[in-house]
Design a protein around this ligand. Sequence first.
Ligand code: LLP
Length: 415
Amino acid sequence: MNHFNYRRGALHAEDVPLAAIADAVGTPTYVYSAATLTRHFQVVTEAFSAYSRPHLICYSVKANSTLAVLRLFAEQGSGFDIVSGGELARVRQAGGDVAKAVFAGVGKTPEEMEQALDAGILMFNVESAEELEVLDAVGRRLKRRAPFALRVNPDVDARTHRYIATGLKTSKFGVPFEEAVALYARARKMKGLKAVGLDCHIGSQLTQASPMRAALSKVAGLYSELREQGHPLEYLDIGGGLGITYADETPPSPQEYASTVLKAVEGTGATLILEPGRVLVGNAGVLLTRVLYRKQTPTKQFVVVDVGMNDLIRPALYEAHHALQPVVKRRGKAVEVDVVGPVCESSDVLARARPLVLPGQGELYAVMSAGAYGMSMASNYNSRARPAEVMVNGEAWRVVREREKPEDLWRGERA
Ligand code: LLP
């Protein structure tokens, strides 16, 4: 459920007409609904309240790392899943609690480990034997035991786009499932480490429960085995990945997801950690764009808009589908159009062969479901300034990130 709806033919974010925001701030602009973000967080929280042990939601910062979004989740009591020193700094800047943050990623540097340990991170999700040794050295240098979980690779097919599947044997993520027991035994002898959990994450935009079930039953079994061997693990981190509806996908609801998870982990007695990203923010954001030109060629009808692949890379990178809604509802016969951006790449296509009532120049569209992996993956390619961002809350709205100015494009450069 989200709070982007038509009222008398005008698309609103909560109580604010999107056209008013576009007129005031310009386009492209990301617009988020605070009510939707809050609701999504609460729905996931409630779904997991059935668990007999505590659970902690660690919002996956990479999905949308904008300070206002982080602050909103921090105020809801969320923890955070981070993958870099930069994300750690953002969480702190937004007032997030580092003691509720977990640090994943295959390429943490010793400096990043030190910063996180110093800041009091809840645990490191370690992804290789060599990383474990470096973390041990960092712990000893700081005269601390670095709390860690091993991220295991359960070798299951998440049945999602191959670029965002992470739980297959061939993937770079995690340590091979079979090696985990020996690695925990080795780590027990290291003075700079303390095993506190077990972690896994099999991929993103998961729409089926069966790969989740397969992975969860493997890691829950391993968790219990490690506890029996005397490792004082407390946390079972099951990663993120729950999918959302972009077009006609039917992912499990948060309640169905929770019941799948809880069936598998109930016997472990673990404190559960979840790392949802997309499901919290994806449908809580849209990207406003304006039509620049229409262009009819012998083979195609193009619509050129002011959103490029630098602003939203998902269609170009994953051939991802994002619905397009006119900001002011229109009547007429739909024709098949390619909606393209201004970037000088043939892959800068926002929507291919999409039936649309041919829009006029200057007309506004909302690119739907753009809250996750939108702004956080935006770049300055073609020296394009990144979009502004707006947070709506009821009838109120505010700019939470200004549109970049030309001088932002060369900050730190010397000619
Ligand atoms: N935890 C870990 C360890 C992850 O690697 C990810 C996402 C998450 C949690 C959050 O997953 P989510 O709940 O959002 O599915 N850029 C791609 C998605 C990349 C996902 C990377 N890892 C996209 O736009 O679809």
